[in-house]
Design a protein around this ligand. Sequence first.
Ligand code: PLP
Length: 362
Amino acid sequence: MAEYEPLPVTLPFPTPRQEVFDLLNGIWDRNWLTNNGPVLREFEATFTRTFGLEHVKVVGNGTVALQLAYQALCLEGEVITTPISYIATTSSLVWERCKPVFVDVLPSTLCLDPEAIEAAITDRTTAIVATHCYGLPCDVEAIQTIADKHGLKVVYDAAHAVGSTFKGRSLLSFGDYSTTSFHATKLLHAVEGGAIISANATLDRKIFLNRNFGHNGPEDFSGVGINGKMSEFHAAVGLVNMRHAGAILARRKQAHAWYDAALQGAAVEKLAAPEGTDWNCSYYPVLFDSEAALLRTFEVLAAHGITARRYFYPSLDTLDFVDPAVLPVAHDVTRRVACLPLMYQLTEADVARVAGIVCQHA
Ligand SMILES: Cc1ncc(COP(=O)(O)O)c(C=O)c1O
């Protein structure tokens, strides 16, 4: 059998090591390793400025970011949420003793359908938790209108949305809070990490306190906090990667253009970015005609050393710790959707290898 060069579905951005080493020297010299250190604050400030945000608090990961957001908003009872996201969006709700109520998604973006949200509101509903799937925008205007009408909080899981804008605004700027992830596989990473973004200074202050055990001062505590801090070492990687955010986003867009051209005529559908979106192109999702076509194509890709990912699968309402729901769109698309390899290091030749197989076997 032929030997093929392995092509994973993604790889971390290769952070320039000398730039990190330079920051590490400063960390060693200061011997300030964590607890709101200067590198963390510079990472936070650079991120805030670059994406035109009001308040950003960087934390240890994207899951604790969600938990801190739910806690700060005192979410309880029923929370209307999406069946198409990473498991953390749902499990963090259950962990915080909220009941996820799943509603269906729009076939164009796989983000929550505003009409379905409104139909599911009861007197126990306290919030809407929505994911900007693959960095494509939720219908933020319709969701805010519904939330205002019914007095609900809105949290966006924007783990995929760093660098995406809608009508010129960062997707991270919507909702009471937006959260994101700096996990190693994300478009912008800090090895592990996350952030909570808000336009409200009081909500931001809550996160500042709660991510550090509620410390107001050395012996002064404000409410129940937890340890959600990011270390100086992780912040150093994040800060260096921030310097390369423009190049990272440009490469993603280039890879999308290569795929778009190479997949002309393939029996797969693309999702549609709503008008007014500047998509960060953080993933390359495609919809196969059927689950059988997806599985058949995956087998050939695997035989050629290529990994694609069923992302997102399964529909989150099928997890064994939540109540199932009737969701015709989500249940259909989660069986047919997959993300093709995408990473900073991807070459046009890699795309040609993948697309050739998809064109022939999908
Ligand atoms: C949509 C989504 N939400 C939440 C998370 C959780 O982030 P983290 O891995 O940083 O905890 C991830 C990624 O892992 C994600 O893709």
